[in-house]
Design a binder for this molecule. Structure first.
Ligand code: G3P
Ligand code: CA
Length: 242
């Protein structure tokens, strides 16, 4: 059965990459989460999509220029009523102890090559005993290869914006057990052949009914969506029909 991963948490209804969005995703029955990580000035792994805090919080500036204590003062739910802090990765991993969710950690080190990010993330994943439930993804494929080298027990998955030829060959060559393509980047035939070659396929960001239906029908490994509730409903309809 195709798993449903909540992209930045249940982000259609709750502020992206906040504990509120993660907790609600778990409550509604998502199988997993996707979240993004950056690094503060004092080396704390924090959960936020952009290199800058401007779009999603009440602050301004680069994450890398904030101390953790300073970044925690910002509100990551500026449209909502309840204040949300930017979570630390530690906070999320602690909370994951209370449930069975799979967690896809996307290393946002494509624009800023955060020194030591892979080691820090992996140290925390190991400390919390979550290696089996974590998938490390990134658009930075050098970082994916490095993560595998230092932690072969943790699944890795390169992200793709464009299609590539025979992605399973590429994945095998970098020892990645999965690929995370943009949902429109690769044809169904390529996705199916990738899975037939033993590679998990989790397209992003799948929000339209027809795309969800198509990917459930080919029994895709997972979809990454902003709307886990819609995805759960459509998955159930398809299951009932078959
Ligand atoms: O991990 C899938 C997806 O989140 C990658 O793109 O920009 O939403 O982080 P983005
Ligand atoms: Ca992401």
């Amino acid at each position: 059965m195709t798993q449903i991963f909540a992209h930045r948490g249940y982000s259609t209804l709750f502020a992206e990459n906040t504990m509120g969005a993660f907790i609600e995703a778990e409550k509604v029955g998502a199988d997993g989460l996707e979240l993004d990580v950056q690094l503060t000035k004092d080396g704390e792994i924090v959960v936020i999509h952009d290199e800058k805090v401007d779009r999603t919080t009440t602050g301004k500036g680069f994450v890398k220029d904030f101390l953790f204590s300073e970044i925690r003062k910002l509100n990551a739910n500026k449209e909502g009523l309840k204040k949300e802090q930017i979570p630390s990765l530690i906070e999320v991993l602690e909370w994951l102890q209370s449930n069975q969710l799979i967690c896809n950690i996307e290393l946002k080190n494509g624009l800023i090559p955060y020194e030591g990010m892979e080691e820090k993330v992996i140290r925390l994943v190991r400390r919390y005993g979550l290696s089996e439930r974590i998938i490390i993804s990134s658009f930075n494929h050098y970082s994916i290869v490095y993560s595998y080298r230092i932690a072969p027990e943790i699944e890795t998955a390169p992200l793709f914006i464009e299609g590539i030829y025979m992605p399973w060959i590429y994945s095998q060559s970098i020892r990645a057990k999965g690929i995370h393509p943009k949902h429109s980047a690769m044809s169904d035939a390529v996705l199916v052949e990738t899975m037939e070659n033993g590679i998990a396929v989790r397209p992003y960001t799948v929000n339209k009914d027809e795309d969800m239906q198509r990917l459930f029908k080919i029994n895709c490994t997972a979809i990454i969506t902003d709307d886990p509730v819609k995805a759960l409903r459509i998955r159930k309809q398809i299951q009932n029909k078959s």
